[in-house]
Design a protein around this ligand. Structure first.
Ligand SMILES: [Zn+2]
Length: 341
């Protein structure tokens, strides 16, 4: 599909933040993450300088600081990224043994699994099933999810009746047994797959291009990659910037811009089929943030819109953000290019 014809999508339906991120669980996860990040990455040898993880440019300016970690803004593609950032080894150690990582899978994901399944995972599954139907390689039926935190994804994929076998690539430590119980293979890399997915994973990779290149190797010719992530190009992050209360290390090392995502796909051998931002929460996230922290200052127009207009205006504005790729929840479908070396 020509890039000019690339899809962008508006997703209808109400979704409330509390349904998928209950405040008490979110605040405990955040607190544990901040404490553990200090413990695991306090030593300077656990951190290293990085160029832009999206476009590799070394040109950058300071963006903001969060909980002792500095973020840079790429001067070329506008991506924002933690720099210096934890080394790959320090991150592996963190995700294998930190209290925050355990809390994330055992409490946060487990207790929101059903809500996420109805509100998010099932629509992801229908979305990728439709694109696979339309443009996928129907001879390649293998499916893998990278960095699985919620094994419910496999139930929803199975329901489509399009893929077999199903495989979890490097799932979170806390869900390996559950994946095996569901009859899912657990592996480090796949082979000749029809589809690879990575939901909300790119943002905490030490090197996002490693994930994309591994997906490229795992896919059959004509295979498809689907992922979701947060983008700094979205309304809530552009508005709140370093004050966004839900951005912290190491969960959010990479807040790539839409331009950055395009460049990342290109250099890892993918052609974008869809880059859309079907996020439904930007306005609500900003409203919650300013309620919790009165020191956050909004600019004139945003202040008027958020504080002096009603729910209907907010809904319309959110639909506008979705339509024009201005929400911070991004989803991407990409095709493996053949000529890539
Ligand atoms: Zn960049």
């Amino acid at each position: 599909m020509a890039r000019g014809a690339m899809k962008h999508v508006v997703v209808k339906g109400d979704l409330e933040e509390a349904t998928i991120r209950p405040a008490s669980l979110l605040s405990e996860l955040r607190q544990l993450s901040i404490e553990d990040a200090r413990r695991y990455f306090a030593d300077a040898s656990a951190l290293e300088e990085s160029d832009c993880p999206a476009c590799q440019s070394a040109s950058r300016t300071p963006a903001f600081e969060r909980d002792g970690f500095a973020f840079s803004a790429c001067a070329d593609c506008g991506s924002v990224y933690a720099n210096p950032r934890p080394t790959a080894a320090a991150l592996t150690d963190y995700y294998a043994s930190s209290r925050a990582a355990r809390f994330r899978t055992e409490r946060f994901v487990a207790e929101t699994a059903e809500a996420r399944r109805t509100e998010i995972i099932s629509s992801h599954a229908n979305w990728l099933g439709r694109i696979y139907d339309e443009t996928g390689n129907r001879l390649a039926t293998g499916y893998a999810d990278v960095g699985t935190t919620n094994p419910a994804v496999f139930d929803e994929i199975r329901r489509l009746d399009l893929f077999a076998p199903l495989c979890a690539i490097e799932p979170a430590a806390g869900v390996v047994a559950r994946c095996r119980d569901l009859g899912i293979d657990v592996a480090e890399e796949g082979e000749a797959l029809g589809v690879v997915t990575a939901f909300e994973t790119l943002e905490h990779q030490h090197a996002p291009d490693s994930l994309l290149r591994a997906a490229h190797r795992s896919l059959a010719p004509g295979g498809l990659l689907f992922f979701t992530t947060r983008t700094i190009s979205g309304f809530d992050l552009q508005t709140l910037w370093g004050s966004a209360p839900y951005i912290y290390v190491p969960e959010h090392l990479n807040l790539l811009s839409i331009d950055g995502i395009r460049r990342l796909l290109e250099r890892c051998g993918f052609e974008a089929i869809e880059i859309s931002t079907p996020g439904r929460l930007d306005v609500e996230l900003v409203l919650h943030a300013i309620e919790a922290d009165p020191s956050i200052r909004l600019t004139g127009f945003v202040d008027t819109l958020l504080r002096h207009r009603d729910h209907r205006a907010h809904q319309d504005f959110q639909a506008f953000l979705q339509k024009h790729r201005l929400s911070s929840h991004l989803r991407v479908a990409a095709l493996k290019k053949e000529s890539h070396s």
